[in-house]
Design a protein around this ligand. Structure first.
Ligand SMILES: NC(=O)c1ccc[n+]([C@@H]2O[C@H](COP(=O)([O-])OP(=O)(O)OC[C@H]3O[C@@H](n4cnc5c(N)ncnc54)[C@H](OP(=O)(O)O)[C@@H]3O)[C@@H](O)[C@H]2O)c1
Length: 267
């Protein structure tokens, strides 16, 4: 791509968890809008994904293979992204996993891995991104939370708590950054048709077997909200919006029982 052409393109976008599901769909959406990308994921497949995205959208797409549960690899990702010769103008902190099942019957290692990825790495990378964007006085950040952020969720208790953290964190730093030229948007998808449920051992639940949104629709809603600088967006179907709205008005005792019916493993 010629230098003059590159300078007229929208800025560089960083997307984590971009090898599949919602992150891949967000990366596609951003590439379709003309952004060059730095895409990150844990497995080597991210290199193939980057090559395919670059070819499909005539974009420069750089893959960084990192395990974001490891703090040094979060730092490495940021070095790669910020050292690309152009500022990161859009950051999508999306990588995340779930752990389904009773807390008492699932391994501590998996729960702590979830916290390391969904919570610790999000705060760590957000700090690096925010400091850079504040220094430049511009930037847009999208954090993938979930509609589960609105209510406790038995049988995926650490997951729902992690997404409540991400959502609250997003809205908190958004307020602080009001005058800094940096927007923060919380993306709140409902059940979406990705590899998430298999990886989280949630396939044997009503939620895992129920209807799901198309990741492309979720990504479009997320990127539109990001570009509009909205505080949050409940993405996907109308059902998600109704559920999220209801959960903010109902007591936790009611919402907890309702979510438990969806996430309880079938016996
Ligand atoms: N699907 C849903 O119903 C739903 C609903 C609400 C919110 N979300 C959130 O949406 C986000 C994306 O999930 P998804 O549904 O698209 O699931 P997914 O298809 O399983 O995608 C997860 C992504 O995270 C990456 N990832 C996992 N562990 C990682 C690690 N240790 N280091 C770096 N990257 C890692 C994966 O890369 P590798 O494959 O290389 O490991 C993959 O790119 C998550 O934050 C999830 O909590 C999902």
């Amino acid at each position: 791509m010629a230098d003059t052409e590159q300078s007229t393109r929208p800025g560089l976008a960083l997307v984590t968890g971009a090898s599949s599901g919602i992150g891949l769909a967000v990366a596609r959406e951003l590439a379709g809008r003309g952004h060059d990308l730095v895409v990150a994921a844990e497995d080597a497949a991210i290199h193939t994904v980057a090559a395919e995205l670059g070819a499909a959208h005539d974009a420069t797409v750089r893959a960084v293979q990192v395990d974001l549960t490891v703090p040094a690899e979060v730092e490495h990702l940021w070095q790669e992204a910020s050292g690309a010769g152009r500022p990161v103008e859009v950051a999508v902190l999306n990588a995340g996993v779930g752990v389904g099942g009773r807390f008492a019957e699932t391994s501590l290692e998996r729960h702590l891995g979830l916290v390391d990825l969904n919570v610790r790495s999000t705060v760590h990378l957000a700090k690096l991104v925010v400091d850079d964007m504040v220094a430049r006085g511009s930037g847009r950040i999208l954090l993938t939370a979930s509609v589960v952020a609105t209510a406790p969720s038995p049988y995926q208790a650490t997951y729902a708590a992690s997404k409540a953290f991400v959502h609250s964190f997003a809205e908190g730093i958004r307020h602080e950054l009001g005058d800094a030229g940096v927007t923060v948007t919380s993306l709140m998808p409902g059940a979406t048709d990705t590899d998430f449920f298999r990886r989280a051992d949630l396939l044997d639940t009503p939620l895992g077997q129920g209807p799901k949104d198309d990741p492309a629709d979720v990504a479009r809603d997320g990127v539109e909200a990001l570009m509009a600088g909205k505080p949050h967006v409940v993405a996907g179907s109308l059902k998600n919006k109704v559920m999220a709205e209801a959960a903010t008005h109902l007591p936790d005792t009611v919402t907890t029982k309702a979510t438990a019916r969806q996430t309880k493993p079938q016996e």
